[in-house]
Design a protein around this ligand. Sequence first.
Ligand SMILES: *Cc1c(COP(=O)(O)O)cnc(C)c1O
Length: 242
Amino acid sequence: MSTIIEQNLQRVRQQIRTAAQNCNRDPHQITLIAVSKTKPISAIEAAIGAGQRSFGENYAQEGVEKISWFRERLQRIELVWHFIGTLQSNKSRLVAEYFDWCHTLDRPYLVHRLNDQRPAQQPPLNVLIQINISCEETKSGIAPNRMLTLAALIEKCPHLKLRGLMAIPTLEIDFQRQLEVFKRMAVLFSALKRIYPSTDTLSIGMTNDLEAAISAGSTLVRIGTAIFDARDHSHPPKQLNK
Ligand SMILES: *Cc1c(COP(=O)(O)O)cnc(C)c1O
């Protein structure tokens, strides 16, 4: 019998295939990250059982506990861990030492910290520049016109690898309005790729705007609710290992 999480994953994968076909894209160009923040180990295990390998976490400490848990017990299966939360300077060491990717790089001093803190024996940390695409004052992410300055800084760091861009736009329900914002991200991504041809990742699209993101060119969607159901907002989870 398949679990709810397995059924949810199959549905989301189908949604990605359909969205890709609708705009003549190859579905294999789109990586699905299962956003497991606030969810227990058992939920992640169910997703792994259903073939999922890439996971996204928002809270450094919680993510590190999960990463360690699986590294100790699941050596045969290689998981890829993405840090997608706000990067706080007092938590950057955890991100640099444990995660494979960081999506939320948005200021020069964090570039320096992550580069200094990434252990030299590990492969470079894959990083994305977070863009404040909805131009909100409170949101994290840098203004689009500062993207290339930050990219040049990252390129000089031997322990970081610039892979592309990420954004979390303001919630819009209307498809056309979602698409408009994501298309601005696609334009920025093309500009970045012209200068850094090895960048290959545009991280946009969540449960509510996955189709618009894929239609605008997303290569990586970050899906939580549609896979794991709504989150319990008491945080951190009381019992991780349940
Ligand atoms: C929580 C979160 C997601 C997943 O959101 P859903 O709407 O549950 O799919 C994706 N990206 C980021 C940065 C998040 O914080």
